[in-house]
Design a protein around this ligand. Structure first.
Ligand code: NIG
Ligand code: FE
Length: 419
């Protein structure tokens, strides 16, 4: 099965020589081809270029059924890659949202046993089937908004059984969803109340009881720790990252959301694939990241929803760092997986240029998920996960005209998705 998309107004984020990530000044550059075609064969991007060169550059295999689509002035983008979500959860938490409106902080809500612990309580009773069903709905929703790959974390279990249940749900989602999915074990998301006076004991359970079973069943691609004030310490984090490394499971950690927690340094020390949130990032943290292979990942949805300060992305890029942007889709601090909205927030709240925000939500998040060799840009041989926009005048219009869906058609693994 092949698809030829013709008359594309602008084909966005094309690469002739694919890069694993973009950083610093390069982030403001976005390669596009106007009046373009895109040819998809056997689930992969097979050719692309200017419509003027269509006949020369295309050798359509004989006997191949080609579906020809006329984009008729619409644009084509590589699907968004959302490298940080918690989209498997048992129930929404709009009551806490009201508490926040009334003035309670995220930490105060957590201290009262709300927040993550609230989800963990409900997670105990949820069945695997219920969780698969509700998560699939969320996956279908983000597909409609243009996401083609997503990382999903555990972390609402906080017991051996419940964490494994969550990861099995993610495993099933990998099997049934057309999205590319990576799973992350986040046993150290919050300290259960019964361990508050001895949190090391809980960390021991994460390391000695949860992780070995999870690794044995191959349930986690990555491992995460919420390294922040009131949650897990640098020492806890380092122990967990070291334990993960023994199973070849790399870290992708929550760091510096609530304070200069030392989480960024701990992540880099253990060669984490990404450190995420980063509201509290100063000169020292930037220096540490500069000498690393760790992707700094900013989550505008959570900062916006919790009314927090915004991560210094401009300083980070000026210093030469790459930046990735993910949704953090979760019921407590970011109840949206809409990556178009994330791009708008990046431009409006963080003063990122549309080009920077598009790089940050495609190729750089692909790096942060360990999949930038197969996703995150339009390049020959990459997986054909793309979307066709509505009729928009420019790609800058995408963040500008915020709040509505500019994705009209979605192709995942080279197949049209019915929506
Ligand atoms: O990434 N910061 C920690 N964890 C999540 C929040 C999860 C929740 O409140 O349910 C986050 O924002
Ligand atoms: Fe998160």
């Amino acid at each position: 099965m092949s698809i030829l998309i013709e008359n594309i107004k602008e084909l966005v984020q094309v690469e002739s020589i694919p890069k694993p990530l973009v950083k610093g000044k390069e982030m403001a550059k976005l390669k596009t081809i106007k009046n373009a075609f895109l040819y998809i064969e056997d689930g992969l991007i097979s050719a692309f270029g200017s419509m003027n060169n269509l006949d020369d550059s295309l050798s359509i295999k004989e006997n191949n059924t080609v579906t020809i689509m006329d984009a008729d002035g619409r644009m084509v983008f590589p699907s968004f890659v959302d490298s940080h979500t918690h989209l498997v959860y048992p129930a929404s938490r709009e009551i806490e949202y009201i508490d926040k409106i009334k003035g309670l902080s995220y930490e105060e809500i957590a201290k009262r046993g709300g927040g993550i612990l609230n989800s963990a309580k409900l997670m105990q009773e949820a069945t695997e089937n219920e969780l698969v069903e509700s998560s699939l709905k969320r996956l279908n929703e983000i597909v409609k908004y243009g996401t083609g790959a997503v990382e999903i974390k555990s972390g609402y279990g906080l017991t051996v059984e419940s964490e494994i249940k969550m990861l099995r749900v993610i495993q099933r989602l990998k099997e049934i969803s057309p999205l590319t999915i990576k799973s992350t074990f986040l046993g150290a998301h919050s300290i259960p109340l019964e361990y508050r006076s001895d949190q090391t004991k809980y960390v021991d359970i994460v390391i000695n009881e949860m992780l070995p079973q999870i690794a044995a069943e191959g349930l986690a691609d990555y491992i995460d720790v919420f390294c922040d004030t009131g949650f897990f310490t640098v020492e806890d984090t380092e122990r967990i990252l070291e334990a993960g490394a023994k199973y070849n499971i790399r870290g992708k950690i929550h760091a510096n959301e609530l304070d200069y927690s030392g989480g960024i340094q701990a992540g880099v020390k253990y060669n984490a694939l990404s450190v995420d949130h980063l509201e509290f990032t100063g000169r020292e943290e930037i220096e540490t990241l500069l000498n690393s292979e760790t992707m700094p990942t900013v989550l505008p949805g959570a900062a916006f929803f919790l009314g927090m300060k915004y991560s210094p992305v401009r300083e980070m890029m000026d210093a030469g760092l790459p930046v990735a942007l993910a949704s953090d889709f979760n019921p407590g601090s970011s109840p949206s997986g809409n990556m178009q909205l994330i791009i708008s927030m990046a431009c409006i709240l963080y003063k990122m240029l549309p080009e920077e925000a598009i790089n940050a939500t495609t190729i750089n998040t692909a790096y942060a998920m360990g999949i930038s060799n197969s996703l995150g840009s339009i390049a020959v041989g990459k997986k054909a996960n793309v979307f066709i926009t509505t009729k928009i005048p420019t790609y800058e219009y995408l963040p500008y005209y915020y709040g509505t869906n500019k994705v009209e058609k979605v192709i995942l693994n080279g197949e049209m998705i019915n929506q």
